[in-house]
Design a protein around this ligand. Sequence first.
Ligand code: SF4
Length: 338
Amino acid sequence: MIRFDYARAADVAAAVRAGAAERTRFLAGGTNLVDLMKENVERPLHVVDINRLALKDIEDRDDGGLRLGALATNADTAYDARVQSRYPLLASAILAGASPQLRNVATNGGNLNQRTRCYYFYDTATPCNKREPGSGCSAIGGVTRIHAILGASNHCIATHPSDLCVALAALEAEVQVTGPAGERTIPLSDYHRLPGDAPERDNTLAPGELVTAIDLPAEGFADHYTYLKLRDRLSYAFALVSVAVGLTLEDDGTIGDARVALGGVAHKPWRSTEAETLLQGAVPSEGIFRAAAETLLKGAVGQGGNDFKIELARRAIMRALKQAADGTPQSQTDKRVR
Ligand code: SF4
């Protein structure tokens, strides 16, 4: 048996104080952490239960945006009337992920911090640099169907598994955190990191920092959006490739603003400023969608078992851009791609 102590934090300050101790994990919904503890992958000495913190609300912001409490559940977020009407891309991405049971307890903050589903990360009998830094990467040369085609390193080729974060990347959300050094704001694009030579670090949180909220800007791309997720099993599976798109269209039919983020292909939601600039001002067409897809996938490299993902991603990006431009977003109840 592996022993750890458990404490329930009464407020954010108490949680941050408790979180300063080495090998501490914050417990929210527990849908990932508890699994990892059962599998002996996470071995915290201290578990700080943050479920009683006042971080569950979803609130309008003065700038026209919306603040999502870190402890609001995925379900409460997806079914919030403001999220559904102003940020349907986010609602759609959440409903594309997990199962209703999981979404009822999984929190927004926890979703940001969920760990890779790399098979070897969970298999403590195999080397894994993310689990045991310096031990090696069993995925390289191994089974790589779910692994990265962009931004990988010689130390790790894992992907970030979230759907919600892919939509947050496209929406240019900001993450509010509180830690021993005070409060700060992290743009979503800077929150997750590429593996480089330190794959044990999934994100840019400093030790002891706690996510308190996620801020959405006013623009929600409610008229032209889609979240397209391609996976092995429609009922319930992580993305092989997913695409979040938000567009605005001008009166003359050209694209105004354009956001495209990819999931399932890298250690973080993947965006390309170059691809988005290419789309801005263009008339929606198969040709411009193809060019954007090629630009987004510049430098994509397969690992053997996931070579198919490059072509899959190219087609998914083109289909998602068409869905968004046409105003026909992907349904998350009838999950067939049309
Ligand atoms: Fe570990 Fe990353 Fe390699 Fe998977 S890809 S075995 S998580 S180092």
